[in-house]
Design a protein around this ligand. Structure first.
Ligand SMILES: [Zn+2]
Length: 342
């Protein structure tokens, strides 16, 4: 607790020094965000709030201080796929997945046949206004489920603006924090909207209808060296078709997913980590066995994404590759039997 307070004070002081007079407001805002974050986290740590199932599963002393997540367990729909629950989709029902072109980053809108919307990531803060505009073009009024795969800015930077711009049902985040303005802004937006983040972890499913199943298959652990490996990976099944959304999960997470026996097979793979060579291993590709791969990547990015070795692995596996830097926003449509790319 004392360490946390010291951290707040020192971080605030550093922010003030760095920010200068012009950005004084920003610095003060940073301090407020930290204090808010500590208040939400400390409630759990000190046990001053009445215990909830979420508090009981909270790990005090763990490096992460996830702010008051809702319980992701218990007799709710958020469980593993019940066997045989997949009913055939409606004849006219189409599921649409839009892989938005947000430059270097990820933002994916899933439109379900019953009109529900799932947003996976939002791109950077800079991309945020464009994402809001594009969602409105797709007639989005409410985002039933918002998933921030992991706290990196190229995934959650625009999420505060998105949350402030639409009705939002549930927000899912992996249990890990990150000391950046972008992440604090996200926590503030969630809190100001009167929402609580639900933990995204392997085994948790979104409560969906029409036989559509959306199951988190990663992260399985609570501690990783690489922030990317905390990525919430979602496997979505509609009729005989499936999609895999991998965030920036790396090979460590891939190995766990392979060992877990959870469903990975998919018609369309959102290639992890913008096509970095430290993801999309040959073994993982074999298990997913996609027909199509979508790489969400910025033109001429500084990271050398996508890596030539990843592209070669995909080509060797006979996968047709689409890239947001070349193709712009990519839309995959499923009628429950087969997927077509537009
Ligand atoms: Zn990324």
């Amino acid at each position: 607790m004392i360490t946390a307070l010291l951290l707040t004070v020192s971080t605030g002081w550093l922010a003030l020094r760095r920010a200068g007079k012009k950005a004084g407001r920003k610095a003060i805002y940073t301090i407020l965000a930290f204090i808010l974050f500590l208040v939400t986290a400390c409630g759990n740590l000190t046990g001053k709030q009445p215990p909830t199932p979420a508090d009981q599963s909270y790990q005090p002393g763990a490096q992460t201080a996830f702010p008051a997540p809702e319980a992701a367990s218990g007799p709710s729909p958020s469980q593993e796929n019940p066997p045989g629950s997949s009913t055939p989709p409606a004849e006219s029902g189409k599921l649409r997945v839009h892989y938005l072109d947000v430059g270097q980053g990820d933002a994916i809108l899933v439109q379900l046949p019953d009109g529900k919307n799932i947003l996976i990531d939002s791109g950077t803060g800079e991309a945020g206004p464009g994402v809001v505009r594009e969602l409105k073009q797709y007639s989005v009024k409410k985002l039933d489920y918002v998933i921030g795969t992991h706290p990196h800015e190229d995934h959650i930077g625009g999420l505060d603006l998105v949350i402030n711009s639409f009705q939002v049902g549930k927000v899912y985040l992996p249990r890990v924090t990150h000391n950046t303005d972008a992440y604090m802004d996200l926590l503030l937006a969630i809190k100001n909207k009167g929402l609580k983040a639900t933990e995204a972890k392997a085994g948790v499913a979104l409560p969906l209808d029409m036989g559509i199943q959306a199951l988190f298959v990663s992260p399985a652990k609570s501690n990783y060296e690489d922030l990317n490996d905390y990525s919430a990976v979602l496997h979505l099944t509609y009729g005989q078709t499936a999609f895999l959304f991998t965030g920036d999960a790396g090979t460590t997470a891939e190995e766990e997913m392979l060992a877990s026996g959870r469903p990975l097979k998919a018609d369309v793979l959102k290639v992890a980590h913008h096509g970095s060579r430290y993801a999309t291993s040959t073994a993982f590709l074999k298990a997913v066995a996609p027909r199509y791969a979508v790489i969400s990547v910025g033109k001429g990015n500084d990271y050398g994404h996508p890596h030539v070795q990843t592209l070669q692995r995909l080509q060797k596996a006979g996968v047709k590759i689409y890239r947001t830097d070349r193709d712009g926003t990519i839309t995959a449509v499923s009628d429950g039997r087969k997927v077509t790319i537009q």
